[in-house]
Ligand binder design. Structure first.
Ligand code: PHE
Length: 349
């Protein structure tokens, strides 16, 4: 039999056996038999030496195209087999179940979200209901109805991000709420006393950022309206909150403050966690950090929403959320919360 004929027969045999090779081992055996150094082809080609130049050329060409063909067939088969193994559980290969599992990267809540959840839980345990309100607000709710008429300094453009939108038919302007207090008005417009709500949410202020200030931050508003509510209820509620959140050892301080929508008004400050009253960068040397504004709801605000101030009274407060974990953990710069530095964030797992 001449060499050409032998190669043609070898081709038929090779392709047929390849179609039957299914496992990795069978495939490898096939590869050695037909493509390896000691393959049948090598054996056949040994006979070339006895041929004339013409015959050698012809046999060489046949052998080359044979090699190319079966190499290609082998590659195709291997590819198919790999896809097969991925897709089927009936693969004859085994999985080593004693290998350790791949670690699963698990996320966690942002420290500010954690603090917010904790704060909300404390107030709900005291009987407050949780509401949310719009971040894009009307000046009517953000200012007017909170006893801040058009010419009030708090409305100056330096404090507020105004929206570039035309006023509505009532002349109300759109803005990014500068506090969560507009929800006091929205709530009292809709529901009558007794009211006990807290409203967490994001607020915006057009001001410079530093170690204790951000232009976008979170607040939680509180409002309680009923018959006979007085300043002692306000102090008792907020003091109890501070005790539960910071622990019984941290001192709190109330001082007079002014907000147009309360009378009287008060701020609450908490002893600085870094210097414990001595004064440091975090507290600006004061030893105390203000965490909330509060007061007795102004009679004009109650009148505005149709609640009789002779019958009902209420207290309200607005607390900055980011400052709370800052104080709890003694963090020196509020900007760390939004710097997205994982080395910082991972400490709150
Ligand atoms: N809205 C005030 C602020 O953003 C806080 C506050 C709320 C004060 C309720 C009094 C009553 O600082």
């Amino acid at each position: 039999m001449d060499i050409k004929q032998q190669i043609i027969e070898l081709r038929t045999q090779a392709l047929e056996e390849l179609s039957r090779a299914d496992t990795l081992a069978e495939l490898e055996e096939w590869r050695v038999r037909y493509l390896g150094k000691k393959s049948r082809l090598t054996e056949i080609l040994r006979g070339l030496a006895t041929l004339s130049i013409e015959e050698r050329k012809e046999a060489g060409a046949v052998s080359n195209s044979f090699k190319q063909e079966i190499e290609e067939a082998y590659r195709q088969k291997e590819k198919l087999r790999r896809i097969d193994t991925l897709g089927s559980s009936s693969s004859k290969e085994t999985i080593d179940i004693s290998l350790p599992g791949r670690p699963f990267a698990r996320g966690h809540l942002h420290p500010v979200a954690q603090a917010l959840n904790e704060i909300v839980a404390i107030f709900t345990a005291m009987g407050f209901q949780v509401l949310e309100g719009p971040e894009v607000e009307w000046d009517y709710y953000n200012f007017d109805m909170l006893n801040m008429p058009k010419e009030h300094p708090a409305r100056a453009a330096t404090d507020t991000f105004w929206l570039d939108a035309p006023p509505n038919e009532k002349g109300w302007q759109m803005l990014l709420r500068t506090h969560t207090s507009p929800m006091q008005v929205r709530t009292m417009e809709k529901s009558k006393p007794p009211i006990r709500i807290v409203v967490p949410g994001i607020v915006h202020r057009y001001e410079a950022t530093d170690a204790t200030h951000l232009s976008m931050f979170s607040q939680i508003e509180g409002l309680a309206v009923d018959e006979g509510i007085c300043m002692a209820d306000l102090k008792g509620t907020l003091h109890e909150f501070a005790r539960r959140f910071f622990g019984p050892d941290r001192r709190v301080r109330f001082r007079c403050d002014f907000f147009p929508y309360v009378e009287p008004g008060a701020e609450m400050a908490v002893e600085c966690a870094v210097c414990h009253g001595g004064g440091c960068r975090l507290c600006g040397g004061a030893g105390w950090i203000e965490v909330l504004g509060s007061g007795m709801v102004h009679p004009r605000v109650l009148e505005g929403v149709g609640i009789d101030p002779k019958k009902y009274s209420g207290f309200a407060f607005g607390m900055g959320i980011e400052r709370i974990p800052l104080l709890k953990y003694g963090i020196e710069d509020i900007r760390l919360f939004y710097g997205n530095d994982l080395r910082f964030l991972r400490q709150f797992r």
